[in-house]
Design a binder for this molecule. Sequence first.
Ligand SMILES: O=C(O)c1ccccc1N[C@@H]1O[C@H](COP(=O)(O)O)[C@@H](O)[C@H]1O
Length: 215
Amino acid sequence: MSVSVKICGLTRPDGVDAAVKAGARYLGFVFFPKSPRHVTAAEAAALAADVPLGIARVGLFVNPDDALLESTLASVPLDVIQLHGGEDPARVAEVKALTGLPVMKAVGVAEPKDLDALWDYGLVADMLLIDAKPPKDADLPGGNGLAFDWRLLAGRQILKPWLLAGGLTPDNVSQALRLTRAQGVDVSSGVESAPGIKDPDLIRSFIARATAPIL
Ligand SMILES: O=C(O)c1ccccc1N[C@@H]1O[C@H](COP(=O)(O)O)[C@@H](O)[C@H]1O
C-alpha cells in the first residue's frame, strides 16, 4: 500500500494546490497562535473549501478548550482533529465525543521510554502521530524541524494507524521510511522556504519521494 502523506501548516492556496495535485492524503491547518503557520478560522475555511473528497482536512490544536474547537468547527470544514499538546488520554476521548470527528494524537519521542505512551493513546485515539519531542525551551510543541532516532520504531507494533513526523525533508524521507516502515509521514518545516511559507516544489518533491517504492 502506498504511503500516506500529510502536509501540515498550510497557509496559502499555492501550497494547498501543490499538495492536492501531488497526492497528499491529509492537509494540516494550524490553530495555534504562537506558530508561524497559524491560520484564522476564516483563512482556513477558504483554504479548505475546495479540497477534493478523499483528502482529509486536519485541524491542528494545542491543548484546545471546548470553545475553541466548537467555534472553529462552526466555520471550518475539518475531517480530523490533531491534538499536539499535553492532552491526556481522557481529554482525547472527550474531544472525540465533543467534535464527533476522528482524533489524531501526537506523541513526542526522544528516548525509548517515550514510546510507552503510544499504548495508552492508542486505546482512545483514532490515529497517532509520532513526532520528535520538542526541546524543553521550545516555543512550539511541534513544527521545529527536529528528528528523533527512527531506529527506536523499527519492528514496533502500534495499535492504531500512525504517521511519522519530525524533521522530515525530501532528502531524508526515504531513509525514514526504510527504517521505520511507517504507513504515513507528516511534514511541515521541511517543505518551506521560510517559516510559514510552503514551497510548492519542495511539497512535490517530498510527496514523490515518500510515495516511491521503498528499495
Ligand atoms: O507546525 C507547527 O507550527 C506546529 C505547531 C504546534 C504544534 C505542532 C506543529 N507542527 C506539527 O509538527 C510536525 C513536525 O514538524 P516538522 O516537520 O518537524 O517541522 C508537523 O508535521 C506538524 O504536525
